[in-house]
Design a protein around this ligand. Structure first.
Ligand SMILES: *Cc1c(COP(=O)(O)O)cnc(C)c1O
Length: 412
């Protein structure tokens, strides 16, 4: 038996698609909470307060709005739990994450025979995967065309596809689902807490799932926010779900949601952590104190600054999300994306390549909403390009940042 030395993890600059650097206030709540079990009164009260704040963050009156313990894929697993073998589904895929969601959907909707035929990558006849090329958005036209032709029971799309940095047409998706009486499901992992939107404005979508570590900024493994309409819950109530732990109705009990109603205190579902509840509670308070509209505007302004800076370095940006830039390096450095990213990561500057083809560089700004923070990210990236022999004129980069911020801050 070996006992290893204490594990020390350094503080890095997490400048990727996620996770974002956790606010010190969130970490303080995590570390300063006392030990209290999952049925202690303040833990239960904290969960009820989180539920209420989450409804504001999502912009919804859906009673079934709460957090699923775990990561983004835990919330997605809960949301996709309503899909049963043989269900007809159309899923729009335009990058790594919607691709993995598509795999989840195929696993859940496959019949027993279809799963056995290809257990790790089933291809059920009832599921249609519509693949939109990397770097492009899912448009209202392709959604309408496919849903009109297929008339499935369910449709799925990622709101913001973090793999390629693209925003998909949520309005088009919701409208097409309504028009054809299809139940829409949306992966809002990357947009919640960044974009200013209210899910009640999208009635074609019955299920939503997000994550703790991107816009909500609560990495200390806490809760993946989900929200379900009454129609979705009625569907689960009448047909069931093959999971106890990620059951959309049973999970809600601990958050004080029983039989479609808010009740005074939650009842046991599984052992929630008071530390996690306190951290999540603080993260939601920070989000609401910042204000959804203000936060969205700040992300847009700082993303545009970083975009201007990397463009001045000769890079080509292909994304349109406001928390992330996805870019191609200048021709002279093409093919060296992974090497550049590795060099940065070795220095504690945590940027990312794309996880599926083509290889691009992803630089994120989660919780880096200040002029010095964006300047630091831009200058570290410029230095990494220079280190590989790239020609970067630092004064031009600084001028691009200065010009952007002068105009943007003057407009406020
Ligand atoms: C990050 C991400 C996920 C996965 O979230 P985890 O927290 O890693 O489980 C899923 N979908 C999208 C769109 C994402 O950006």
């Amino acid at each position: 038996m070996s006992i290893f030395p204490q594990l020390n993890i350094p503080e890095t600059l997490a400048a990727g698609p996620g996770p974002g650097n956790t606010d010190a206030r969130v970490l303080a709540r995590f570390a300063q909470s006392g030990l209290a079990d999952h049925m202690q009164a303040d833990v239960l009260r904290g969960m009820i307060e989180c539920k209420k704040m989450l409804r504001t963050v999502w912009g919804t009156n859906n009673t079934y709005t709460y957090g699923v313990g775990g990561t983004g894929f835990s919330g997605l697993d809960c949301m996709l739990g309503a899909l049963l073998p043989g269900d007809t589904v159309v899923a729009f895929v335009n990058g790594t994450f919607s691709g993995l969601d598509g795999l989840t959907i195929r696993m859940k909707a496959a019949t027993r025979e279809e799963l056995k035929a290809n257990p790790m990558d089933p291809q059920p006849a009832s599921v249609t995967i519509v693949t939109v090329p990397h770097g492009q958005s899912v448009t209202g036209e392709i959604i309408e065309k496919t849903l009109a032709a297929k008339q499935p029971k369910w449709a799925f799309m990622a709101h913001w596809e973090t793999g390629s940095g693209r925003i998909n047409d949520l309005r088009g998706f919701s409208d097409a689902c309504e028009r054809h009486d299809i139940m829409g499901l949306v992966d809002a992992v990357s947009s919640l807490g960044i974009e200013d939107f209210s899910i009640d404005d999208y009635p074609g979508v019955v299920g939503w799932a997000s994550c703790p570590q991107k816009g909500v900024l609560c990495l200390p493994l806490t809760y993946a926010p989900v929200s379900f309409t009454d129609r979705y819950i009625a569907e689960v109530k009448s047909n069931g779900c093959h999971s106890y732990v990620h059951h959309p109705i049973l999970e809600a009990r601990h958050w004080g949601i029983v039989d479609g109603q808010d009740v005074a205190a939650g009842s046991y579902h599984r052992t929630h952590s008071g530390y996690a509840v306190a951290a999540f509670h603080e993260a939601l308070r920070i989000t609401l104190q910042h204000g959804r509209a203000r936060r969205a505007a700040d992300y847009a302004m700082h993303e545009a600054a970083l975009r201007a800076a990397v463009t001045a370095m000769g890079c080509k940006v292909t994304s349109n999300m406001t928390s992330l830039v996805v870019l191609n390096l200048p021709d002279a450095l093409a093919g060296r994306e992974k090497e550049l990213v590795q060099n940065c990561r070795a220095k504690g500057f945590g940027i990312w390549p794309t996880l599926s083809e083509p290889v691009q560089v992803r630089i994120g700004i989660l919780n880096q909403l200040s002029v010095p923070a964006i300047t630091d990210i831009a200058m570290r990236f410029a230095a990494a390009m220079q280190y590989l022999g790239g020609e970067v004129d630092i004064s031009k980069v600084q001028a691009a940042l200065d010009q952007h911020y002068q105009t943007a801050l003057a407009a406020e």
